[in-house]
Design a protein around this ligand. Structure first.
Ligand code: GRF
Length: 225
């Protein structure tokens, strides 16, 4: 049976960039693969293409420029009030380029997700694809994790592996990782929508068992591009 708007999980999105993960999440909702509704998208960058993408889908948006706030806490306090007022039960960081503080983390404890373009705990921080490429790894990938006070550090929910090709430009690796990001992020959010995720310390289980390996680990055909 299709989910009605009242039993869809109300989610908020934080994004700073092009919004391809936002698109993937919105598509999954439209296609009935994700029982959620996006109640608000906030960007810290007025020029971010994701704002127009969300508006064209009729989603409420807000721009909150971090430069206008005295410190990180007051910026995060603004985010918390906006998302609480919008009724968001889960916050999804989709290419949000701002480090968040314990204020936001504790307001949405266990309900704040991020996606990182590497297999954590390797290559935390910016330019993860280039870091992986420069390091000469054979496999990289994407990680959906809960956010804690440290950057790219919280408990891991799902990962997808992507082969890294010797000599390949980091931009190509970035594109191939993105394909997997778009696959695993809506899937991870759906697990929350179904209330199937348990977290104990660093360990995340789904229905009390490990995340199915078939979903988590992929070695897709290499798309040249
Ligand atoms: C993605 O690679 C994501 O993993 C990282 O930022 C990028 C956002 O891309 N956190 P997009 O704006 O969703 O296209």
């Amino acid at each position: 049976m299709a989910a009605t708007s009242t039993d869809r999980l109300p989610i908020g999105i934080l994004a700073s960039g092009s919004g391809s993960n936002f698109d993937a999440i919105a598509e999954a909702i439209d296609q009935g693969r994700l029982a959620a509704r996006i109640v608000l998208l906030v960007s810290n960058r007025p020029e971010a293409p994701v704002l127009a993408k969300a508006a064209s889908r009729g989603i409420e948006t807000a721009t909150v420029e971090n430069g206008r706030f005295e410190d990180r806490q007051s910026f995060d306090q603004k985010l918390v009030s906006l998302f609480e007022r919008a009724g968001a039960k889960l916050l999804v960081m989709a290419g949000f380029d701002r480090i968040v503080t314990s204020l936001l983390v504790s307001a949405f404890a266990g309900r704040l997700l991020n996606i990182h373009p590497a297999l954590l705990p390797a290559f935390r921080g910016d330019n993860a694809q280039k870091q992986a490429s420069d390091h000469g790894v054979r496999l990289s990938g994407a990680t959906v994790h809960l956010v804690d006070e440290e950057v790219d550090h919280g408990p891991i929910i799902v990962q997808a592996a992507v082969p890294a090709l010797p000599g390949e430009a980091p931009e190509l690796l970035r594109k191939r990782i993105l394909v997997q990001e778009h696959r695993i992020y809506p899937w991870a959010i759906q697990l929350f929508a179904e209330g199937r995720v348990q977290v104990e310390g660093r360990k995340v289980t789904v229905d009390g068992a490990a995340v199915p390996a078939g979903e988590a680990l992929v070695s897709p055909p290499i798309e040249q591009g």
